[in-house]
Ligand binder design. Sequence first.
Ligand SMILES: NC(=O)C1=CN([C@@H]2O[C@H](COP(=O)(O)OP(=O)(O)OC[C@H]3O[C@@H](n4cnc5c(N)ncnc54)[C@H](O)[C@@H]3O)[C@@H](O)[C@H]2O)C=CC1
Ligand SMILES: O=C(O)[C@@H]1CCC=N1
Length: 264
Amino acid sequence: MIAILGAGKMGEALLSGLVRAGVPVGELLATVRRPERGEALTRQYGVRVVSNAEAAKRADTLILAVKPQDMATLLDEIAPYVPAGRLVISAAAGITTAFVEARLGEDVPVVRVMSNTPVLVDEAMSVISAGAGAGEEHLKLAEDLLQPVGKVLRVPESQQDAATALSGSGPAYFFYLVEAMVDAGILLGMPRAAALDMVTQSIVGAAIMLRDSGEHPVILREAVTSPGGTTIAAIAELERHSVRAAFLAAIEAARDRSSQLAAG
Ligand SMILES: NC(=O)C1=CN([C@@H]2O[C@H](COP(=O)(O)OP(=O)(O)OC[C@H]3O[C@@H](n4cnc5c(N)ncnc54)[C@H](O)[C@@H]3O)[C@@H](O)[C@H]2O)C=CC1
Ligand SMILES: O=C(O)[C@@H]1CCC=N1
């Protein structure tokens, strides 16, 4: 039995992925704060919604998907019901495995995962790390759960805040870029729907080339950039506005914010 505690946006995305991956819905439990939310999840997926205490008692694997700020309260609530050896997977940004172990006991194996919303289309990037009490078998269990919904990478826990900043938040940067490019299309007099189509297909095509060609992004960009042409005119403006430096600073800020989240 697998329980998702705090089935909000990320929890529901993971839940839907597990269902698509063929986990029988009878093997899944969810917990929520608002009853209407629970009813909606049961209606859509047929999942049983239970209390945190019941989920902690019954499930072999607990996936914690509440906001970092709500994690201490949730852990204190379930601590009396989580027996030694139960696998706990924390999906919250910034929450360390030590934070979870300190509240559930050192004999509870904890795996920290940072996934992202493309889990909804089975294209997640999930980055996992083992806590002090978790071993190969626990990492393998977490991998087996996450592999059907995307790619899984193991990293040392010291790199989790960086992974959160890069791939956890990553989809938001691309959506932001798409918004900005569509605005540019509007500025040039393009209808919004057509602009969105052009930008979306360009980002999908570029992403697939990047993933499937094995080529370095610089090579792919150079192939688009003709001498004296249009692309270099645009790149010159991006450089003039320090867009590369802005990305470095932005992702560094996200990493720093992730490392502060456990403090509330
Ligand atoms: N949204 C995203 O792109 C990503 C989010 N995350 C992480 O996933 C976690 C959840 O984020 P979201 O899904 O965006 O937030 P959310 O607010 O949509 O989901 C959290 C859910 O937990 C519920 N909740 C809070 N306390 C509870 C309790 N004691 N018992 C039962 N349910 C409780 C809330 O009612 C809410 O529905 C966060 O820790 C975040 O850092 C990680 C990667 C990506
Ligand atoms: O913005 C956040 O804090 C969460 C973590 C990674 C993506 N969304």
